[in-house]
Design a protein around this ligand. Sequence first.
Ligand code: PSU
Ligand code: MN
Length: 312
Amino acid sequence: MVRSDSLSATNSRDALRISTEVADALHDGRPVVALESTIFSTLGLPAPANADALRLCLAAVRAGGCVPALTCVLDGVARVGVDPKDYDRVLCGNTKVAERDLPVAIARGLEVGVTTVSASLALAAVVGISVLATGGIGGVHRDDHLTGDVSADLDALARHRVLCVCAGAKAFLDLAKTLEMLDTLGVPVLGYGTNRFPAFYVRDSGWPVPHRVDTPKEAAAVLRARFALGLPGGVLVANPIPESAELPAHEIDVALTAAITDAAAAGLRGAEVTPFILRRIGEATAGRSVPANLALAEANSRLAAEIAAALS
Ligand code: PSU
Ligand code: MN
């Protein structure tokens, strides 16, 4: 082990901190579920729903007999497992950290960075966590033929040996192209109890998934087989929003189309787009999109815990 005082540059001990609870669980071989943190920040959900989402997801992971490992950057250190006294800092976070931003955030001592799926998959892989829960992954944007905007989440799924549970991709993406890109990248996509890719607020996007699993055990077996072959990369499990929380497809379609047009007309770009569109969908659905988002995030955390338990 290199002592930190013998290095002028940042070493791994300074760059990454695993909470005692998560480190103990990993050491003992107990199941752990990683959670991304953008969803719990002001960029993902409006306050106070973001705090509710964090509480529900942490509780769902624990109820499934697993230890939750929230990922983020605090004071220039990548964290896997966050002390409850620091939850407020994550909830107020407004700097999004994707995988490529992690080294910059650390080198520059970023105070609070909230991690996307790509960054969280990377951190999970580094510490040996095999399952991650999110709400929706990033994907191929509808205007990618003009902008080239394809989320780093997709390539991260292809490189990191982690299974990710989601309720589809962000609502306003091009889902057909997102599925094609996952195919190109060699990422297995498993519909959980469904033959169709879910569309976040809606259970069925109309697009088929290549494979279906119906139990946590089956999902765990696919990840284990991928590991057994020594292949890099993970697995995407697409878990439809619970029926009781689903929103009407037509209503979402109309709201999305209007929101996308308005975002473009306002000249919004990059990180500004998601919060704007989520806010507009919230308005168009009289606030029902927020409880829907909470319900799917909680359901994904619950399923991720069941899969992690089946793996261990
Ligand atoms: N889905 C949502 N809202 C979000 C995200 C996903 O409905 O805020 C976040 C997730 O953290 C995801 C990230 O990993 O957005 C992807 O961002 P980008 O498209 O910039 O790669
Ligand atoms: Mn992007």
